[in-house]
Design a protein around this ligand. Structure first.
Ligand code: C5P
Length: 335
């Protein structure tokens, strides 16, 4: 009999992303609003009864580069890290149903890693505290602690009734989630925000891989050359007040977008400006780039416009998804 877990690994978008000057450790401080979305990967995790190894299989519409060994997959690294921190020596089978593209600014790999850490901790009877999991997560990547924090958020405000029905029966559906956060540091300082999110999101990815380290390096080069300074910090209170207003009046931005539009690859410049225009033309109240690219998105307060935009853009772009802020579906969309 199987005693494993099927867990969701939801993706995120950055509603706002300010990037500041590179620190001496090579990382850039950021100020961001992260929003968890329903769209994501799904993982099956089970113990191997007869071996102590790690078996990783990848299925789903997004295929990974087959020349990259499984040990380099972040989900595999998460298993190893959990084992060394908890003393676990079991063998594990992980099947990754990959839907979120790589190098897309949606935190797909980071969410997979967090899902693995959370699931293993549960399957082994919670040997690690939430803080220990967050510390491990930070070793795997700057975005990973956010997904841990959302996964262990002990909020009672959002019942399972609000969880995404498409994940019914998964571990995730039984979790109470808070999916919005004010993020600082290099990404590991997380303050969950309790706001309503009465809107939906159309994600559009042009099938261009965007490397995070390269995007940060490009931003440094751009600022050095142009003499541009980082914009001042906005602060949590002001960002939350903006978040509470109608998306049509949001003043959020993503510092990477300006850099790509000035000195990015021509195919990125063309794709980003065409997608953002398409989304606006189809009624998006707010448009932006997520993370360091390559996914652009539109925020729609009217679900009918979002559906029309989704159907039209699906014919023009390689990957288009209509999705919702996580755990807010009950009040997510103004019809
Ligand atoms: O933390 P993560 O492994 O995702 O970061 C990948 C790379 O992106 C880092 O090595 C660094 O070059 C860059 N980065 C950064 N500032 C951040 C996050 C990432 O410069 N806040």
């Amino acid at each position: 009999m199987r005693d494993g877990l099927r867990v969701a690994a939801p993706c995120k978008i950055n509603l706002h992303l300010g990037v500041y000057d590179r620190r001496s450790d090579g990382y850039h401080p950021i100020e961001s609003i992260f929003q968890l979305l329903e769209f994501g990967d799904v993982l099956w995790i089970d113990s191997l009864k007869t071996s102590s190894g790690i078996e990783l299989c990848v299925e789903g519409p997004i295929s990974l580069n087959s020349s990259v060994p499984p040990e380099q997959n972040i989900a595999y690294k998460a298993v190893r890290l959990f084992q060394s921190a908890s003393g676990d020596d079991s063998g594990w089978y992980i099947c990754l149903e990959k839907r979120v593209p790589l190098g897309a600014g949606l935190g797909g790999g980071s969410s997979d890693a967090a899902a693995v850490l959370l699931a293993l901790n549960r399957l082994k009877g919670y040997p690690l505290s939430g803080q220990q999991l967050e510390n491990l997560a930070a070793k795997l990547g700057s975005d990973v602690p956010f997904f841990i924090k959302c996964g262990i958020a002990e909020t009672t405000d959002y019942s399972t009734a609000n969880a995404d029905q498409s994940y019914a029966g998964t571990e995730y559906a039984s979790k109470a989630y808070t999916g919005t956060a004010y993020i600082t540091g290099r990404g590991e300082q997380i303050e969950l925000i309790d706001v309503l999110a009465p809107w939906c999101v159309v994600l559009v990815n042009p099938a261009l891989h965007s490397s995070t380290p390269e995007a940060f390096a490009m931003l440094d080069r751009f600022r050095q050359k142009s003499g541009a300074y980082p914009k001042p910090l906005i602060g949590k209170d002001r960002l939350v007040r903006t978040l509470e207003s109608h998306p049509a009046s949001w003043t959020f931005y993503n510092d990477f977008l300006e850099v790509f539009m000035e000195i990015g690859r021509p195919e990125m410049q063309q794709s980003y400006s065409a997608i953002l225009r398409d989304l606006k033309d189809h009624g998006a109240d707010f448009v932006n780039l997520s993370g360091s690219g390559s996914t652009c998105y539109g925020v729609f307060s009217a679900v009918e416009s979002a559906k029309t935009a989704y159907k039209t853009l699906l014919k023009r772009w390689p990957l288009v998804e209509l999705t919702f802020p996580l755990a807010r579906r009950g009040n997510a969309v103004v019809q």
